[in-house]
Design a protein around this ligand. Structure first.
Ligand code: DX5
Ligand code: ZN
Length: 218
């Protein structure tokens, strides 16, 4: 059985008690913490930067999965690496022809790296960089906000990315991000995803331990 990892998106947490929220999902059995960094330019929302992540670091030893939804991410990767991020992912749409160099620069900082593609971006654009990734992220909502509806039509693309990963012969993770619920999690796993981001589904659940277990096992 493949190793399914549940990554609660902290975007859905109460930021006024972020440390407690980090502890809560850590104790509830999360595998990664997904940290959505937004700059108000690449997406129409603003969240937090490296200091916020660094301050959260002392509340958990879980891997931090920093999802950078920012323009010119290469300018900030060093700061995010210093903040204690274990994985840094950058958008194809923000990097374009600089994607490969940006991924390599992240690796040089001893941090795992990943490429993210939006729902309307073809998998083909990352074909030549998959081998440099530790993780590939397929967005199943348009980035910017939590709590959006899952876009069903991205499911076949998960399969396409899975094939690209297989072709490298490397152990590369495949993450799905956006709108994941108990109703659609089985389909994304079947298509090949092994890292499941879930924001509202985890934070709105009355029992976070139960929902994390369900998302992992369904
Ligand atoms: C969207 C973010 C997602 C989002 C997931 O811009 O990248 O990580 O917060 O939240 P839900 O699970 O609520 O869609
Ligand atoms: Zn995200």
């Amino acid at each position: 059985m493949k190793n399914i990892r549940i990554a609660p998106s902290m975007l859905a947490a109460d930021f006024s008690k972020f440390g407690e929220e980090v502890v809560s999902v850590t104790e509830a059995g999360a595998d990664y913490l997904h940290l959505d960094v937004m700059d108000g330019v690449f997406v129409k929302n603003i969240t937090f930067g490296p200091k916020f992540i660094k301050d959260a670091r002392r509340f958990t030893s879980l891997p931090f999965d920093a999802h950078l939804m920012i323009v010119e991410p290469w300018k900030y990767i060093e700061k995010f690496a210093e903040s204690g991020s274990d994985i840094i992912t950058v958008h194809y749409e923000a990097c374009k022809e600089r994607l490969k160099d940006t991924l390599k620069a992240i690796k040089e900082l001893n941090v795992k790296c990943g490429a993210v593609i939006n729902p309307d971006t073809e998998a083909d654009v990352i074909k030549n960089v998959v081998e440099y990734c530790d993780i590939v992220v397929v967005m199943s909502v348009f980035p910017g906000f939590g709590g959006q509806k899952f876009i069903e039509s991205v499911v076949p693309k998960i399969g396409v990315v899975k094939e690209m990963i297989k072709a490298t012969g490397k152990n590369i993770e495949l993450e799905i991000d956006g709108g994941i619920t108990k109703e659609n999690v089985a389909a994304v796993k079947a298509a090949g995803a092994n890292v499941i981001v879930a924001g509202s589904t985890v934070f709105k659940a009355p029992d976070r331990r139960k929902i994390i277990k369900e998302l992992r096992e369904i």
